[in-house]
Design a protein around this ligand. Sequence first.
Ligand code: HEM
Length: 537
Amino acid sequence: MTPTTLICALVVTFYAVRILLRRIFSDLDNIPGPPRKSILAGVIFRQYKHYDYNSFGTFAAGSLSQFYDPDDWAFQHDLEENYAQVVKIHGILGDRQLFVFDPAALHSVLVQDQDNYETPAILDRLLFGKGILSTALEEHRKYRKVMMPAFSTANLRGVVPLFYEVAQRTRDGLIAPDVMAGPKTLDLNSILCRTSLELIGKTGIDYSFDPMLPVLKPSKCNSQSLSCLFSYESFPPSFLRFMIGLIPYRNLQELRDIVDLTDGTATDLVRDRKAAIESGKLDINDGGKDIMSLLAKSNASAASEMRLTDEELVACTSMILFAATDTTSSSMNRLFHVLASYPDVQEKLRAEIIAAPEHLDHDALIALPYLDGVVREILRLYPPAAPVMFREAMADAVLPLSTPITGVDGKLITSITVPKGTTMYIAIAAANHNRRIWGEDALEFRPERWINGKAESVTTKMCGIYGNTMTFIGGGRSCIGFKFAQLEMKVVACVLLRTFKFSSPDARIKWRKAGIIPAPNVGNEPALPILVERLNA
Ligand code: HEM
């Protein structure tokens, strides 16, 4: 054996033994959690027996499937209800992982010690390609710095009229013709998914995906499939085009077309906007209100070392389309499902909307208290990017706890030593449902809890960027579109509730997880059948 081979063998053996020892003995063993099902797979594979491989996004998520089983809400509920605020769970080959919803621990992971807890870039890069979601530290901050100004309140003011225009087209093109002759059960899922895509198309890249006419129903506007689109984007196009052509899956072929469309449009837009700015035809302080134009302007005025390349700008736009479409269509579906299920809430909300002028500007819109309470409560109780986001500890760290937990050995634990490489699950839904924070009625839908800032005043320990919920998480990787998402919901609610009444949701509606995003289904098909009636017809 040559010295080089010997050194290599020793290094490999060292790491193999280290990994093995970490699998057998872990500092995390004293943290209580559900029992391991098998040494090989832990609790992870217990869901695989009925795992739905419809989406490549969920497929790529792999070991996260214990949370992403489309129909299994019980596993997460068990973790929320029956353990302390940090729970140990078992991954593949005995890997110990932490499910975290303790406020101090969340603050440490997402804010205080955030550079030590990064998103596992390989998975994100596989899903999304290089961009804001898949970069870390300085590189990530660069993306954020250029992207944030596009989402400022001043810019959102300019976007609100575009939201109204799309919501009115939904009303007049997709709903009104169907209920002209009388109340009718409509699949609101299809309508709201088309609306979400059109909303982000118009406001994101100044492009209309959908004329919003009843006869034309682009099937790609399906809230269970957009995540698929971006896994497709992360490989060389020629290879993917070849592969996709071989896969007998119609959705995928349609997604290929929509990716081509968004990518092509974004590329043209970046080129045109840049040329216009450079030639002085487009004033850097003026021009389009769409996010793409705002990004181009923000980029042009950034210091040269912070500036993104054209390719990076196009990638940002694609990522925004991904981040904005399925999440908002899920939350809008939830909004109308809940309103149809709670007629008193719907009536109260309609009364507030009708008492206000028909077209509200940004400030008037956010000042409607009951509408604000309803939207916040929907996003708290049913977070669309649920159930978990994940992080990985880059180095050994100490996790503080706001409430000590009793270890397996019966002793009190006040902080946890987290070994490097530990997977941390940011338990969004568990944090939003936590009775210690939100009170005994945490699992009830109660918009009133938000009126006059009541809920925020009792939940100050939480680091969530939005009303202290973890829906958009918190810290340096929190959602930059959280105001945008609420405004969309508010405008669509204002426009549709003025004209229609929603009732009798189909009893078969079941919320299933599509990747990380819940969507309404009947059987295994996305659908939200609800009775719609025109008011004062
Ligand atoms: C109800 C709707 C939405 C929810 C629940 C949601 C939730 C989230 C969450 C939880 C993250 C953190 C992801 C992580 O840490 O890995 C995130 C990031 C992000 N979201 Fe949203 N989002 C929504 C809508 C939007 C919209 C409408 C946009 C843009 C128009 C947007 C743009 C982004 C971007 C760019 C990031 C990456 C931020 C970063 O890494 O710094 N989101 N979102």
